[in-house]
Design a protein around this ligand. Structure first.
Ligand code: F6P
Length: 553
């Protein structure tokens, strides 16, 4: 079980509060005056440099934050998760997405994962073997569609965790795509989404993956039925669906009801949360797109990050540092958002992926004792790849009224370098973190304007607009290259940051009851939209919207 501790009642929280007052008097520029700052507040691990020196922290901040993790019993919480305890208490489930990435067989020193005495690593390996065989047949061409043609297209139908992870990873690893294979993703219930994809594909050479943990999600089931109907309308027979549809799910009876064969069914388990499921059977679209070996590399990278998280001292532990720094800003600096800024076009879905990972996990307001929390929890997560973001919203990060801690992610080697474009990209990334940290003082602005020959009055009028306050914090991940292994590690770091922050906020990170109410109400409203004679009883706004729909329909 996870410890139940009110963070506000810890000694270190009170000390951090007092310390934050002191730190607010210091500018990041001044902190950088002290020599050795980069060495003290950065670390390298495998192909990663994690630079957290451009944060408004000093050695004391860090040691108080780490004291706080001790008081919140983070070490015990980590052990509880990895040992398969039912830490998802509200749903009475273990949380073992980490078990999906342990590839080596059990030994004295490298134990398998267990839940209540059951070796779940065995179950994981069985499904992995099945995925491997399936991928082998798919790529060799021995698996064909109903007209005997080799498959060329994969359509993954799923939403939330059954979509965002696979989309993000396949996009990030575009350079690794198997020749001649195209992957498409359908998630939204909006018929325009599936329509766009169905228009692009040839049904004879397309494999549909119905990805849904529950196999009851309204959007996914509606899209799956539409895909099946379109497949049959294209000239295929009912029996041909056995060749062209596969399911990735924990709900085998529902899969069977849909007409998918056991051979094409890839299962996973309730101890894999939707938003942590890309490593499971939900990752089949990834394995089919980049090949099984590279999918394993992704898992290996995540496993390395798991071992780092589990066994590294907190002061050298990347996810722990990420988590405590984020906590520092939400608790004591009033930060309400965090920007994720990948300087890698292929990581363009990473912010969207983390929106679900972070906000669905830690967007909670009731603590582990059932009480309303008296402090902020998950920030709002958003972002776009650099340099697009620079020409859109960076203005507000530099000079706006919100305090926005940012994560910059960049790679040293582009797998696609054209002329010196990658160097230009990197120069922008580094320049932005420097500008955010330093800002530009009035003195500097005046000197600049004066060199342009401006009058004193003009300079005084313009200067306030040209001053950059600076002191805006950022982390930078500089990675040698975005490849399957490094991507696996990066994702796992963020997963463990999420877990750690859940512990520090004393909330349950692995349920998502907040998504339920809207779903229930949509089911009430659907018949009212379908039939205008159905009695409508809502608030005046909702009833007004429904009435107007019927008037204009
Ligand atoms: O949005 C709620 C949610 O339950 C997510 O947690 C999940 O990833 C998504 O719906 C999809 O669920 P399923 O995989 O069961 O279709």
């Amino acid at each position: 079980m996870l410890p139940k501790i009110n963070p506000l009642k810890t000694k270190s929280h009170a000390k951090l509060k007092a310390h934050a007052k002191e730190m607010k008097k210091i500018h990041l520029r001044d902190l950088f005056e002290q020599s050795g700052r980069f060495g003290k507040f950065s670390l390298t691990w495998n192909d990663f440099l994690f630079d957290y020196s451009k944060n408004i922290i000093d050695q004391k901040t860090l040691s108080l934050l780490l004291d706080f993790t001790k008081e919140m019993k983070l070490g015990k919480a980590i052990d509880s998760m990895f040992s398969g305890e039912l830490i998802n208490e509200t749903e009475k489930r273990a949380v073992l997405h980490t078990a999906l990435r342990k590839l080596s067989p059990e030994s004295e020193t490298d134990k398998d994962f267990y839940i209540g005495g059951e070796n779940v690593s065995h179950l994981v390996r069985e499904v992995q073997e099945k995925i491997k065989t399936f991928c082998g047949r798919f790529h060799s061409g021995s698996m064909t569609g109903y007209t005997g043609k080799k498959f060329t297209d994969i359509v993954n139908i799923g939403i939330g965790g059954s979509d965002l992870g696979p989309v993000m990873v396949t996009e990030a690893l575009r350079q690794d795509w198997k020749e001649g294979i195209h992957v498409h993703f359908v998630s939204n219930i909006d018929p325009s989404h599936i329509h766009t994809i169905l228009k692009k594909i040839n049904f004879e050479t397309t494999l549909f993956l119905i990805a849904s943990k529950t196999f009851t999600t309204q959007e996914t089931m509606a899209n799956a039925n539409t895909a099946k109907k379109a497949f049959l309308d294209s000239g295929a027979q009912e029996k041909d669906t056995a060749l062209h549809f596969a399911a990735l799910s924990t709900n085998i009876p529902k899969v069977t009801e849909f007409g998918i064969t056991p051979e094409n069914t890839f299962t996973f388990w309730d101890w894999v949360g939707g938003r942590f499921s890309l490593w499971s059977a939900i990752g089949l679209s990834i394995a089919l797109t980049i090949g099984y070996d590279k999918f394993l590399e992704l898992l290996r990278g995540a496993r390395e990050a798991d071992l780092h998280f589990r066994h590294t001292a907190p002061e050298k532990n990347i996810p722990v540092l990420m988590a405590v720094i984020g906590f520092w800003y939400t608790a004591f600096w009033g930060s309400q958002t965090e920007a994720i800024l990948p300087y890698d076009q292929y990581l363009h879905r990473f912010p969207a992926y983390l929106q679900q990972g972070i906000m669905e996990s830690n967007g909670k307001s009731v603590d582990r004792m059932g009480k309303k929390v008296q402090y902020p929890t998950s920030p709002v997560i958003w972002g776009e790849p650099g340099t697009n973001g620079q020409h859109a919203f960076y203005q507000a990060i530099h000079q706006g009224t919100h305090f926005i801690p940012s994560d910059f992610i960049a790679s040293v080697h582009s797998r696609n370098n054209k002329h010196n474009q990658h160097q230009i990209l990197l120069s922008n990334c580094f320049a932005q973190t420097e500008a955010l940290m330093k800002g530009k003082t009035k003195k500097e602005v005046m000197e600049e304007l004066s060199s342009k020959g401006m009058s004193k009055k003009e300079m005084e009028n313009l200067a306030p607009y040209k001053v950059f306050p600076g002191n805006r914090p950022s982390n930078t991940f500089l990675i040698k290259e975005i490849n399957p292994r490094n991507l696996g590690s990066l994702i796992a770091f963020y997963e463990h940051k999420i877990f750690t922050q859940g512990v520090l906020w004393n909330i349950f990170s692995f349920d998502q009851f907040g998504v339920e109410l809207g779903k229930v109400l949509a089911n009430v409203i659907l018949p009212e939209i379908e039939d205008k004679n159905t009695k409508v009883e809502h608030d005046s706004s909702t009833s007004g919207l429904i009435r107007q729909y019927h008037e204009w329909k």
